[in-house]
Design a protein around this ligand. Structure first.
Ligand code: NDP
Length: 339
């Protein structure tokens, strides 16, 4: 299948690209710079231009950002949209988080409808952030599933960067489903909603300093930054980046995935479990890791929400990577990057 992948240099997208190429698809991926295109190309030296090519999209928040990228010869049959800001640095939440997420999503859908009529499948990376209801706290009596929606408002979104990020994913995904309903385009949509994505970075793509947001936790542990105090866990559940990537690709391959939303969740984890796993598997980091009794490591005393990702298990037949495997591979990759 001829696929357009957005944001190919991202943590998740670089793995999606890997899976696409391994499964024989032909890919054009958008990047923001020639340097990132060159880096990605260097990871796949044996793949020709016919199977891996690049399109430059500098800012997905521009209304017509994807107008040219969606055109290709041979034409695209599927689009995987992962590009979206994921960080908590935003000063201007509207401009730095909400606009690129929402306009990025509606923009690419409009461009496909206008200029790429051969596209039949669109897959969008959404997030547990678009499912979680923060006002309910840890909500131990609740089980999160594909049916849950974050009820956040635009006013709440502007309060701080974390709320802004969660809202950006919520509004972007809602806008995608609204588009499908109102515009009745010639393609289906599949959305994938992972919580914190863990697992190996690709060391030549990411340095320790610029590691993406979800890997900061493991990096900080390895660097001794949490020795005295764990930083708060945003969520107590994770998805492995390889599992998530395979599901992106299966979503364009499997008919049953069309027009479905999938919660993608491997299971629970706590900061302390992460530290203990690293200590058990990589004793060389023992000095850097928080010991017993350091605050902020455990699950909340009253318990946390449960999760139900059984729809993804049924439709895709996925066997989730274990927390142990995910952690071991993540630490090995961070080690290779210099940790
Ligand atoms: P990264 O930060 O590694 O990747 C984000 C990608 O989006 C990069 O390619 C980045 O380009 C691109 N991007 C961001 N803003 C813009 C913009 N304004 N214009 C053009 N490109 C832009 O994050 P992840 O790989 O972790 O995230 C990928 C997707 O997965 C996102 O949609 C994110 O919301 C979602 N997700 C991630 C989770 C996680 O824990 N990692 C959890 C749940 C969902 P550049 O590299 O040039 O900055």
């Amino acid at each position: 299948v001829r696929v357009l992948l957005t944001g190919g240099s991202g943590f998740v997208a670089a793995h999606v690209l890997d899976v696409l190429l391994k499964r024989g698809h032909s890919v054009v991926t958008t990047v923001r710079s020639q340097a990132k295109a060159d880096l990605l190309k260097s990871l796949h030296p044996d793949v020709g231009k016919d199977r891996l090519d690049f399109a430059f999209v500098e800012d997905i928040a521009m209304e017509d950002a994807f107008d040219e990228a969606v055109k290709s010869d041979p034409p695209f049959e599927a689009v995987i949209h992962t590009a979206s800001p994921y960080h908590f640095r935003a000063k201007d939440i509207q401009k730095e988080l909400l606009d690129p997420a929402v306009i990025g999503t509606t923009g690419i859908l409009k461009s496909i409808k206008k200029s790429a009529p051969t596209v039949k499948r669109v897959v969008i990376t959404t997030s547990f952030a678009a499912m979680v209801d923060s006002s309910k706290g840890y909500w131990p009596e609740h089980t999160y599933s594909d049916d849950d929606w974050n009820p956040t408002t635009h006013e709440e979104a502007l309060k701080n960067a974390a709320a802004g990020y969660r809202a950006s994913k919520t509004f972007a995904e809602k806008a995608a489903w609204d588009f499908l309903e109102k515009e009745k385009p010639g393609f289906t949509i599949t959305t994938l909603a992972p919580p914190l994505v863990l697992g190996p970075i690709i060391p030549s793509l990411q340095s320790l300093e610029t590691v993406n947001t979800s890997n900061e936790r493991t990096r900080d542990l390895l660097q001794g930054k949490m020795k005295e105090k764990y930083s708060p866990t945003g969520s107590y559940i994770f998805a492995d980046v390889r599992d998530l990537s395979i599901l992106h690709v299966l979503s364009i391959e499997k008919e049953e995935a069309a027009n479905q939303r999938f919660f993608v969740c491997n299971g629970p984890f706590s900061n302390k479990e992460l530290a203990d796993m690293i200590r058990a598997k990589f004793p060389e980091y023992a000095d850097k890791l928080p010991g017993d009794g350091i605050p902020g490591g455990d699950y909340p005393a009253g318990g946390i929400y449960k999760t139900d990702a059984s729809k993804a298990e049924k439709v895709f037949g996925i066997k989730w990577t274990t927390f142990e495997q995910s952690t071991v591979d993540a630490v090995n990759a961070l080690k290779a990057a210099g940790a």
